[in-house]
Design a protein around this ligand. Structure first.
Ligand SMILES: *Cc1c(COP(=O)(O)O)cnc(C)c1O
Length: 395
């Protein structure tokens, strides 16, 4: 008889029993998202709608949580980058209009877009024709947004060709133009408020174009231009809708900070201490021994590394919070772990939780701080976090 056989029935199911806060994780405050949206909406021009941009899994926060809370806070539309992101939101039962901000250029993708009740961003007449054909075969109108390029040189019709193209588009009976939009390239720069800045010029170009084309007001076409940084530039940037990402997650998008905004960061990045050791003076730490102790040093080994999305270039440049105190990270960040100098602490032990991003008491570390240290931007920091980090909704 095989007496080495393990009876798996008596063991707990593995996945189910793993505590998501056992190693490293992201806590997401749904309430912060909701209150940021509510607050941002209160700054908008009358009747201006709020599109919550939830691409890249809600900037790494979990698109489901973010979308639901943003809608609760008053967002009326959602923006995603890809078809898959949009389909995922539909699978959660979200009914709000969803705009795909990226470009869909094949018949197949546009058909999938239509079937999932997602609106594509359209930049060519050819794509309009494909959408019109899809609409016609289904005896319906295909809802979409047209994009014009006013200075980003990414997606969108050429400005000087749009007027004529729009006349052709209007004759297509099986598409419904739900929006016309453009995107700002430099709204987060210091000079954006300067009347001669490229941002102001982009806005004027967009306004002139809208004046020339004959928009039928009864069709309720939403005109939109501003991202987070554009929104804070003033109500003349709001049009019928704003597309807000970063500031909804709680971070100021630009140097043109609006003093009346009190945004709450929604993300808290945490990791557990799995080991504590003390090294003598003059001992090297981590790969390359780039850090050498200059005193007898107590080290905490933290269970998070660059495979979780912590940019390795931040090695030795960041601090972590525990019990309202800051502790420096030392030595190279490794794939799955990093070391922290906790010599000055008497309350950190194996199993303690340390905070990498977020706030506790008067101590606060934001993705903007990290971005400044590694020549990145907060957007990139937020969407670097890997799926190995469980997302845990805390409220
Ligand atoms: C990502 C994105 C936004 C949101 O940008 P934030 O700076 O995060 O507010 C708005 N519009 C488009 C087209 C985008 O791709």
């Amino acid at each position: 008889m095989n007496n080495r056989k393990i009876n798996f029935d008596t063991l707990p199911s593995f996945e189910g029993e793993i505590d998501p806060t056992q190693r490293a994780w992201i806590e997401v405050s749904g309430k912060a998202i909701e209150s940021n949206v509510r607050q941002l909406r209160s700054k908008l021009k009358n009747n201006c709608e709020f599109m919550a941009v939830v691409k890249a899994d809600g900037y790494g926060h979990d698109a489901k949580v973010v979308s639901e809370k943003a809608i609760k806070g008053g967002a009326s539309q959602l923006g995603v980058a890809t078809l898959k992101e949009g389909i995922k939101l539909r699978s959660f039962g979200i009914n709000a209009p969803i705009l795909v901000l990226g470009n869909l250029y094949t018949k197949k993708d546009l058909l999938i877009c239509f079937r999932n009740d997602l609106m594509p961003t359209i930049s060519t007449f050819r794509e309009c024709l494909i959408c019109n054909n899809i609409g016609k075969s289904n005896n319906l109108k295909f809802s979409l947004h047209l994009k014009v390029d006013t200075g980003m040189s990414r997606l969108g019709f050429e400005c000087d060709q749009f007027v004529q193209q729009f006349n052709n588009i209007k004759s297509l009976e099986n598409i419904a133009v739900k929006g016309i939009y453009s995107h700002l390239a430099c709204a987060d720069e210091k000079n954006a408020l300067n009347p001669k800045s490229s941002t102001q010029l982009q806005k004027e170009k967009f306004q002139e174009l809208l004046k020339i084309i004959d928009i039928d007001n009864t069709q309720n076409i939403k005109i939109h231009l501003a991202n987070s940084a554009g929104m804070v530039l003033g109500k003349d940037f709001h049009f019928d809708m704003v597309r807000v990402g970063l500031s909804m997650y709680g971070y100021d998008p630009s140097v043109n900070i609006n003093e009346n905004l009190f945004l709450k960061p929604a993300l808290f990045l945490k990791a557990k201490v799995t080991f504590v050791r003390t090294i003598e003076k003059g001992i090297g730490v981590s790969y390359g021994n780039k850090f050498v102790s200059d005193r007898k040093t107590k080290l905490a080994v933290l269970s998070i590394g660059y495979a979780d999305g912590i940019i390795r270039n931040l090695s030795g440049k960041i601090s972590l919070i525990h019990n309202k105190r800051l502790y420096p990270q030392v030595g190279s960040i490794t794939m799955d772990q990093m070391m922290v100098d906790i010599t000055d602490s008497n309350d950190i032990e194996v199993g303690s939780t340390m905070l990498l991003l977020g706030s506790e008491g008067d101590k606060s570390i934001s993705p903007i701080d990290w971005a400044d240290k590694c020549n990145s931007i907060p957007w990139e920091i937020l969407c670097s976090f890997k799926n190995r980090l469980p997302r845990v909704q805390v409220d």
